[in-house]
Design a binder for this molecule. Structure first.
Ligand code: CMX
Length: 396
C-alpha cells in the first residue's frame, strides 16, 4: 500500500522531503510558536496535544490549564499499580506498558456509555474523555514500570499538580532535578507525538478503534506495533548497535572505522538501525531538531556517545547509498533520540521505546477522537488471493 492514499488523518501529514507538519506547522515553526513550560523553552506535550486536537496554537494559559487538568487526573488506580507490580521485572518494559494501558480500560467511559446505548453522535466526546484520562495516566504508569524494573524498592513521588506532563514524568523517573533532561524529553515527546497515520502504531490504534474498541485497548494494541525493531524499538537497537561498535573499536573511533563497521553490519544481513524510512527521503527533521538540541549544550557536544552518532551520520548515508538497497539512506529520529538519554544517565535502553509510547499517544489518540467525530467506518480493506496456489495443490 506504499503511496496509496487510503486514510484520513486530521492532525499531521508527512512529506517525503519536508518531513512532518502538524496542522501545517513544521517542527521549527512549532518550536517558535508553541508554549513551553515555566522556566523552559522546549515545546510541552500539552501544547502539542492542544495543537493536534484543535488545529490551533494554544496560549500559555491554555497550555497550563490543560497541564493542570492532566496532572489532576494523573494518579494510577490501585488495581493498575497492583497489576504492574505483579509483573516479572524481566518482562520487556513495552509489554508491561501495553498490559497496563489495556487494563486501564477498566475505567473506560466510552465502554460504559456504549453499554448504556449511547448515540453515534456521542462517540467522540467519550473517546476524548478516555483519551485525556489515558494520556494523563501514562507518566505514572511508565515511571512505575521503570522503577519496578530498574530501581526496585525506591519510592515514587506523587504527581505534582503544578508541573506539566513531562515535568512530572522526569520527576517520577527520578531525574526531576535535571533541567536539561526534562527539556530534552519535552522536545522529544512533543515531536514524536504524531507522524501521520500510516505508521504501524498509529495505524493499529486507528484500525482497532474502528471496531469501537475503547481508546485504552486500541492504544494498547498500537504499543505492540511500536515494540517492533523496524518501528519504535529501533531507538533501543541504535543504542545497542552503537555500544557494540564502541566496545569493538574503543574510544576515538574514526569515520573510516565506522564505515567498515557499517559494511560489517550490512554484510551480516542486518539493517543499520536508525537509518531508512517508509516515507521520508531525507534526514528526518525530528533527528535534526534533537541534534540541534545537542549543538546548544557543550556537555552534549563533548559526549563520546553523541560524537559517535554525529560521526556515523557523516558516513552512513554514503555507505547505504553504495549498498544500494534502501530507498532512504538518511537517519530517522531513532538514530539520535536514545543517545542523549544515555548521556544524561538514563542508560537502560530497553526502556527507551516506552518513552516513545508515552509520546505517540498524543497523535494516535487525537485521531481516534476525530475518527469518531467524523463517523469514519469500520476499516476493512478488500483482499486478493492467489487462486492458483490451492488449485495446484502446492499448499499441503
Ligand atoms: N539498513 C539496511 N537495509 C535497509 C535499511 C537499513 N537501515 N533500510 C532499508 N533497508 C533495506 C530493506 O530491508 C529492504 O531490503 P529487502 O529488499 O531485502 O527487503 C530495502 O532496503 C528496501 O527498503 P525500503 O523500501 O527503503 O524501506 P522500507 O520502507 O521497507 O523499510 C524501515 C523502512 C524503516 C523499516 C527500514 O528503513 C529499516 O529497517 N530501517 C532500520 C530500522 C529503523 O531505523 N526503524 C525505525 C523507523 C522509524 C520509526 O518507525 O521509528
Amino acid at each position: 500500500m506504499r503511496g496509496l492514499k487510503a486514510m484520513l488523518w486530521e492532525a499531521s501529514v508527512l512529506d517525503p522531503y519536508e518531513g512532518i507538519r502538524f496542522h501545517g506547522l513544521s517542527i521549527p515553526e512549532c518550536q517558535k510558536l508553541l508554549p513551553g513550560a515555566p522556566g523552559g523553552s522546549a515545546i510541552t506535550a500539552e501544547s502539542m496535544l492542544w495543537l493536534l486536537l484543535t488545529g490551533k496554537v494554544p496560549t500559555e494559559a491554555e497550555s497550563r490549564q490543560l497541564a493542570r487538568e492532566l496532572a489532576e487526573k494523573g494518579e494510577l488506580p490501585v488495581y493498575a499499580t497492583q497489576l504492574i507490580d505483579s509483573l516479572p521485572a524481566t518482562l520487556h518494559p513495552m509489554t508491561q506498558l501495553s498490559i497496563g494501558v489495556a487494563a486501564l480500560n477498566h475505567d473506560s467511559v466510552f465502554q460504559a456509555a456504549y453499554e448504556r446505548g449511547m448515540q453515534k453522535s456521542e462517540y467522540w466526546a467519550y473517546t476524548l474523555e478516555d483519551s485525556l484520562n489515558l494520556i494523563a495516566r501514562l507518566p505514572a504508569l511508565a515511571a512505575r514500570i521503570y522503577r519496578n524494573v530498574y530501581k526496585p524498592g525506591t519510592a515514587l513521588p506523587d504527581i505534582n499538580k503544578d508541573l506539566d506532563l513531562v515535568g512530572n514524568y522526569t520527576n517520577l523517573l527520578g531525574y526531576g532535578a535535571n533541567h536539561d533532561l526534562t527539556e530534552y524529553l519535552r522536545l522529544y515527546i512533543s515531536i514524536h507525538g504524531d507522524h501521520e497515520g500510516g505508521n504501524a502504531s498509529a495505524h493499529t490504534a486507528h484500525l482497532v478503534n474502528s471496531t469501537l474498541s475503547d481508546p485504552y485497548i486500541s492504544y494498547s494494541a498500537a504499543l505492540c506495533a511500536l515494540a517492533g525493531p523496524l518501528h519504535g524499538l529501533a531507538n533501543q537497537e541504535v543504542l545497542r548497535w552503537q555500544l557494540e561498535m564502541q566496545k569493538e573499536l574503543g574510544d576515538n573511533i574514526t569515520t573510516d572505522q565506522i564505515k567498515d563497521y557499517l559494511w560489517k553490519t550490512l554484510k551480516s544481513g542486518r539493517v543499520v538501525p536508525g537509518y531508512g524510512h517508509g516515507v521520508l527521503r531525507k534526514s528526518d527533521p525530528r533527528f535534526i531538531a534533537l541534534q540541534e538540541f545537542c549543538d546548544t549544550r557543550p556537555d552534549l557536544l563533548a559526549s563520546p556517545i553523541i560524537q559517535m552518532v554525529k560521526k556515523t551520520y557523516e558516513v552512513a548515508p554514503g555507505v547505504l547509498m553504495e549498498h544500494g538497497k534502501t530507498k532512504n539512506p538518511y537517519p530517522n529520529v531513532d538514530a539520535t533520540s536514545g543517545c542523549v538519554l544515555y548521556h544524561y544517565g538514563l542508560t537502560e535502553f530497553k526502556y527507551y521505546t516506552v518513552i516513545f509510547g508515552v509520546s505517540r499517544a498524543l497523535g494516535a489518540l487525537t485521531q481516534l477522537v476525530w475518527a469518531r467525530a467524523l463517523g469514519l467506518p469500520l476499516e476493512r480493506p478488500k483482499c486478493k488471493n492467489l487462486p492458483s496456489t490451492h488449485a495446484h495443490g502446492s499448499l499441503t
